[in-house]
Design a protein around this ligand. Structure first.
Ligand SMILES: [Zn+2]
Length: 398
């Protein structure tokens, strides 16, 4: 196809992938090209086995009938993986944010980088071998900050890995050393990134952050607090990948010590452990902290201790979000993990703290919404693995 059409393949695939071009006429309008050009681009994506074009035009209620576009159901997949404090998860994902059922495993007994990444590679390879679809790439979400472009994991608080572990190189090595079966691209392209960054990317493309221009995501997972910013569709990761460590914003000058050396950080004042402590509970040994804290937040309507704890922690979260709103001026804040439950349990309280404590809060109230995706980190890892193909869909033919 002509050069002009070729440069449109990536943007066109991204539009179908994110549901913004459900028909050929929507694609024509979004690309701002002629119907003939959009038709040729859609046909090329179909020939690559990525997109389907319904041969029969259907009416959509607006304008003339148009051909429906979709993701090829038996098209290629990527492997999405996540390592977290309570275990590891793997899933296959097609285009369109279509995540297959994740498989969860406990962490291996040996917690060094090689055994852990090896366990992920084995679990992922079993899925790839068991699928009839081609596998084009793999990506891993990690709870650590990950440097760019080297892909080294820093401050490995969770697993005691040496800071600077070259995790991108090790993941590529481990995954390409196992049997991926005949349908995986070889060598399989791999990538690694921070889990909060990937969750933000996923929510922006397929969840609660759709159409936001400056999307701030704040989340509290199993331990600590993470954040990420998506600006005009791209993650803002700073000069070396380490931006948006929102967890280390001070929200209580007299608060708890934080592993960063400061005290009263969002990281230690609004995570699952902090909520349990505010309700006077001690964590049940062996039970994931996040699950226990979420269950507590859900009882706030009838348990006065839980109500008091939720209001207290939601206030500290609101103070943190107000500071971030002052600095970043987002048009949407998506709350994930335990913070999503705090928003559900105390929506008015949390929103009014943010409005009262931020400079423009009452005039330009920022929308604060709960995350929508159940496995946002895995969906985001899939986005990362799809990235080269969204930039150049013709790579899928190689
Ligand atoms: Zn801190």
């Amino acid at each position: 196809m002509p050069d002009r059409g070729r440069t449109l393949l990536g943007p066109a695939l991204a539009l179908v992938h994110t549901g913004r071009a459900p028909t050929r006429s929507a694609l024509t309008a979004a690309l701002d090209v002629t119907r003939a050009t959009a038709g040729a681009v859609a046909a090329e994506l179909a020939a690559l086995g990525l997109v389907t074009v319904d041969p029969h035009p259907v009416g959509t209620g607006r304008g003339r009938p148009s051909h429906r576009l979709g993701i090829t159901p038996e098209g290629p997949v990527v492997l999405a993986a996540q390592l977290h404090a309570d275990g590891l998860s793997v899933a296959l994902a097609g285009l369109g944010g279509d995540l297959g059922e994740p498989v969860h495993h406990p962490l291996p007994a040996a917690t060094g980088p090689e055994p852990m990444l090896g366990a992920i590679a084995e679990a992922g390879a079993a899925l790839v071998r068991g699928s009839r679809r081609r596998c084009l790439g793999a990506a891993l979400a990690l709870p650590n900050p990950v440097t760019e472009p080297e892909g080294a994991a820093l401050a490995a608080l969770h697993f005691g890995w040496p800071s600077g572990t070259p995790v991108a190189a090790l993941f590529a090595q481990q995954l390409n050393a196992v049997d991926l079966g005949p349908r995986a691209r070889h060598p399989l392209p791999t990538a690694v990134a921070n889990d909060a960054n990937l969750a933000a990317l996923a929510e922006h493309r397929h969840g609660a952050g759709r159409d936001a221009r400056h999307l701030l995501l704040v989340t509290s997972g199993h331990r600590g607090v993470g954040g990420a910013l998506v600006v005009d569709g791209r993650l803002h990761t700073g000069s070396t990948g380490l931006a948006l460590e929102v967890g280390h914003l001070t929200v209580d000058r007299c608060g708890r010590d934080c592993p960063c050396g400061n005290r009263g950080c969002l990281n230690v004042e609004t995570d699952p452990q902090a909520l349990l402590a505010a309700a006077g509970r001690t964590p049940t040994p062996g039970r994931p902290l996040l699950a226990e804290a979420r269950a507590l937040a859900r009882t706030a309507d009838h348990d006065p201790d839980a109500r008091k704890a939720v209001d207290e922690v939601a206030k500290l979260l609101g103070i943190g979000l107000a500071g971030l709103a002052n600095i970043l001026n987002p048009d949407r804040i998506v709350l994930s993990g335990l913070h999503r439950d705090l928003l559900t349990a105390a929506p008015d309280h949390l929103r009014s703290v943010v409005a009262d404590r931020s400079l423009w809060g009452r005039i330009c109230q920022v929308r604060i919404v709960p995350a929508e995706l159940e496995y946002a980190e895995l969906v985001g890892a899939a986005e990362l693995a799809w990235e080269p193909y969204l930039a150049d869909p013709q790579l899928a033919a190689r």
